[in-house]
Write a protein of this length. Sequence first.
Length: 725
Amino acid sequence: MKSVLTPTAPWVGRSLARAEDERFVKGDAVYVGDMKRPGMLHAAFVRSYYAHGRIVAVDTEAARALPGVHAVFTAADVETLVDPFPMLMRDAEVVPVMHPVLARDRVRYVGEPVALVVADTPELAADAAEWVQLEVEELPPLLEPRDAESAPPLHDEAPDNVLLRWHGGRGDVDGAFTAAHAVVGARVVAPRLIAAPIEPRVVLASHDPATDVLTLWLSAQDAHRQLAGLSQVLRRPADRLHIVVPDVGGAFGSKGVPQAETAAVALAALALGRPVKWAESRTENSLAVYQGRGADVDAELALDAAGRMLALRARYLGDLGAYMYSTTTVAPLTAAMLLTGCYAIPAADVEVVGVCTNKVPTGPYRGAGRPEAALVIERLVDLAAVELGIDPIELRRRNLIQRDAFPYANPLGFTYDSGDYEGALDAALELAGYDSLRAAQREAREEGLLAGVGVALYVERVGPGWETAAVRAEPDGRFVVHTGSSPHGQGHETTFAQIAADALEVDPQAVEVRWGDSFEIPEGMGTFASRSVTVGGSALLLACRALRMRLDAGERAPVEEHARFELQGPVFSFGCYVASVAIDRETGEVEIGGITAVDDCGRVINPLLAEGQVVGAVVQAVGECLHEQVGYDENGQPLAVNLYQYHLPTSQTVPPIVGALRETPSPWNPLGAKGVGEGGSIGTPAAVANAVADALAPLGIRHLDLPFTASRVWGAIQAAPGSAG
């Protein structure tokens, strides 16, 4: 990748290889799945095989009688011991129908945990779970979000099946649409996706009766959100709940907040007085971990005769699933507030309606609302360009927020801290060889081929909130850093060591970075929303500066400093992506010829690792574009329950990726950083969607939703008014 970067200090800005990689490639990493405790038992869940039904009986006698089985827990055993999971309200109208630890009177999605079996071995626990007899009176499932408000209620608390309502905007939207020269609209659907980290969830719980401390080793994104949520659910003071997050094999948002299985395993360990471990299977991961996306958006854009954008209005329908987790509202609300994208649209009116369905809940997945927002606004811009007969690049230039307009308050409630959107556009066009792509497209069309080029800009909310850090100077010359952020593949140990090394004027090899233990690091928020460097790195920088002052004043080691940093509001990364595609008329197969990624994430600490984040996110998005989706049959049975049925991208489907990093520093944190972990997942789907629509335009096809599977594209071609087929 090509980066327009200049190191600002001896270490920040340098492309250092990840120091932590040695233990991973040598097999020395420690995952929860590797851990054993004396007297450890193993757990397996009994899950609903119905999408919707009343629980008539849960017969556990045969399972309890099996040799080696120590207990079988149902809702009757645990519901009086727990409180509901916490809810993140986010200034919206929410019906907090939270996920139960175990299903009580009804099951509401396939895979919902109903009982927990604890036995001597994982194999015996899984076998015993098969002996639990679940009798269910089946009920019709609610599967289509557009049917939700008129369907029988899934919960008494939500008679219209609406769990989330939000309305935002400002300006004279109706007046703008009345006066508009042109109005373009589209329905844009982003299907549900599975995060599919390489390591599924794992929980190991152990209670020490002498101290009354319950320790949980978790495969999670961070320790402190788990601590806060489980402390409430388990009714346990934080000082008697010890959360440890060791090495983690990926998460992509799916391990961010406590989930039902974690609480159930913890209760089993407390009840039995022995350590209990649960390791999730790949099928369970596909069935029961909260999923991403699930958006159905009707949107309109009003423009004047010169192509100036006057107003946007939209209704965002979110498929929230059967229950809520604490962050279920994050994606739809974030998407709603970013629907005007990088454009100076003066008026907007957006409504969010989040409904319940008989599916696993949704939650943050890499991008968490930002990909949906970019997809909607960038499709509207291309449709407007066709309607007005204006080149799509020129239409974007006329409406981009200018560099001297920051900080910029968009009409939906976000204030962007800094940006250079036109600079990112220019860089992407140059790097992609845009004129050459268009020339090649013209030649292909002359030969009757379907070829398309798509451009998309994005703006990404990063952060928010606060983070803590501590740094201690040791007598042997080492510096030990403690951070509330936790890595699960991003390279925190290296980037945080670079920040500390510059502030302390030492070599990064002298810095040891520690994380993931709630007893060592009592306060923190954690790793999500590309916030680790922006917020956690800023806290570390402040702690190191304070320690440096004490060392310069002559204090001798050991000496330690703590710091807490809080953003005044989210910061906003941005970028521009270009994609080219070719479509086979006979089969509908879409081939992505290449993707150009230009991302501006403020100050870049380590270009090599930032580029890795971009590439990884682009590859995930390629899967989303070409084949990833969670489907259900008419009975609510998931159509993909493993990686044979749910198609992740392979090396054969990943196109050439070229990119560049740019730096427009944020004024709202001392590092000037923003974040880059999700840019590829935001810009790629919108660019590819525009390219596919561009390729199909000669056939009269106006819009097509993701994923662009061969069957979907072929069907559109056959039905198209301009198709010879």
